[in-house]
Design a protein around this ligand. Structure first.
Ligand code: SDX
Length: 429
């Protein structure tokens, strides 16, 4: 992979030759692992130009708006596959055949329940706790129940942990919602599909088991697919970093959930709906566009912009199509928030500020409108994102642990005080 070289000329020092590595597709990388010998570090806060690892899972071409999972375009997976197939693909590298799929689906189904004692963890939270706070807690607590399979160097333990996490996230997410509502928690059912089961656990009660709308289940499954993985984003990088210390998979996923919560990342889907509520009416859009452009105003247009996509986020396009399908199926015409969102997109995309900075709607811009139409409260939106992204996180965790790796330990540019001696308290000014 290294047949090209870069030469670094450093004033007053011998030139440094660095290998250039080439991947299957995408930018080459300059391998700076040997730079330490020159007495220099690279400096790249926010990792704007840094490849943190080698991976075979997901490829994003930000300029062309391309997203591939193990080589398959997200549009094809969203249209022709389903979430559990996509999970199998991300975890194993290939789409399953019929026998493999049946075995995987059955395996997941048989791990959807959680230990009965896990229910007691919820009672420590206020009913109005943010659902992401509860998810961080209960997912991390899972590691207290699986002492039989926490050896990260054991491939079988890694495999069963991956299946347990994919299987239990919908159950835990629904438990978090039911707890916030003061309703009884619902057990998973093995006669339902993954998405149907989630909607069943969310919206059914022991008093009444309503059939799940196939349209809503399909929309839910597609939302899961669109959020499944996205290369080395902030939360996935967090999971990899936590995993590199040897932390157990449940703790690593809890760390990923914490990182995803931020409004600049997975918290944006909740923030979009809050923003649309705050804008309120099309007549206020120009005021908020001006706020978004004002450097002295911290307000950003939530659901717009992306570190990698400098063209349309392909997931946003599929999400918008799904949004139209769900609202039509539910007979929701002229949904005011959808109308407002579409008008906001139109205006923003004609404004030079947004055009110059390639700020397009991202995956979070339309997802909240669908989730709200399905009946999911805004505070649960990022929990849904975490549920769906768990397979991406655990795929990257597995990939890292399946070949030689080192603990992640970045260095820094130190600009603090030179060494100095302590002054006795009585003598300090
Ligand atoms: C996700 O990484 C992933 O892959 C994440 C994700 C995934 O699947 O894991 O895709 C999921 O997190 C999607 C992004 C969701 N976040 C939001 O919608 C929040 C709003 N977006 C911004 O916070 C921002 O666009 C980021 C965080 C998404 C990207 O930030 P960058 O790459 O650090 O870019 P930047 O902040 O340096 O912005 C470049 C310029 C700046 O202006 P200048 O300093 O050049 O004048 O664009 C401006 C920014 O001020 N800008 C915005 C803006 N986003 C960027 N201005 C107004 N509104 C915005 N939304």
């Amino acid at each position: 992979m290294a047949d090209k070289k870069a030469q670094l000329i450093i004033e007053g020092a011998a030139p440094v030759e660095l290998p250039i590595l080439t991947g299957t597709v995408g930018p080459d990388v300059i391998d700076v692992r040997g730079l330490g010998a020159s007495g220099h570090f690279t400096f790249d806060p926010g990792f704007m130009a840094t490849a943190s690892c080698e991976s075979k899972i997901t490829y994003i071409d930000g300029d062309k708006g391309v997203l591939l999972h193990r080589g398959y375009p997200i549009e094809q997976l969203a249209e022709q596959s389903d979430y559990l197939e996509t999970c199998y693909l991300l975890l194993n590298g290939e789409l399953p055949n019929e026998e493999q799929k049946a075995k995987f689906v059955s395996n997941v189904k048989n791990h959807t329940m959680v230990h009965e004692q896990l229910k007691t963890f919820f009672n420590g939270f206020r009913r109005d706790a943010h659902p992401m706070a509860v998810m961080c807690g209960v997912v991390g607590a899972l590691s207290a129940f699986y002492h039989d399979s926490l050896d990260i160097n054991n491939p079988q333990h890694r495999e069963i942990s991956a299946v347990r996490l994919v299987a239990k996230m919908p159950t835990l997410a629904a438990m978090v919602y039911k707890y916030s509502m003061g309703q009884p928690m619902m057990y998973p059912r093995n006669d339902l599909t993954y998405a149907e089961n989630f909607l069943h656990m969310m919206f059914n009660t022991p008093c009444e088991i309503k059939p799940i709308s196939p349209v809503l289940a399909k929309a839910m499954d597609r939302i899961f697919i669109l959020h499944a993985d996205h290369e080395q984003n902030a939360s996935t990088s967090t999971v990899r970093l936590a995993g590199s210390s040897g932390a157990n998979p449940f703790a690593c996923i809890a760390a990923g959930i914490a990182a995803l919560w931020g409004p600049a990342h997975g918290g944006a889907n909740e923030a979009v709906l809050t923003m649309l509520d705050e804008i309120g009416d099309v007549s206020n859009i120009d005021t908020y566009i001006a706020k978004a452009k004002d450097k002295n105003d911290p307000f950003k247009l939530m659901g717009f912009g992306h570190r990698v996509y400098k063209n349309r986020d392909p997931r946003a396009t599929v999400m918008k199509q799904t949004c139209d399908e769900v609202l039509a199926e539910l007979g929701i015409k002229n949904d005011p928030q959808l109308q407002l969102a579409m008008r906001l997109e139109e205006i923003a995309l004609t404004d030079p500020y947004f055009i110059e900075r390639s700020l397009y709607p991202n995956v979070d811009f339309y997802s909240g409108i669908i989730l709200k139409a399905i009946g999911i409260p805004t505070s649960m939106f990022t929990v849904i994102f975490a549920l769906a992204r768990t397979v991406g996180w655990i795929s990257h965790w597995k990939e890292m642990l399946s070949s030689p790796y080192k603990i992640g330990r970045p260095r820094q540019l130190y600009t603090g005080e030179q060494q100095r001696d302590i002054t006795a308290l009585k003598d300090r000014k």
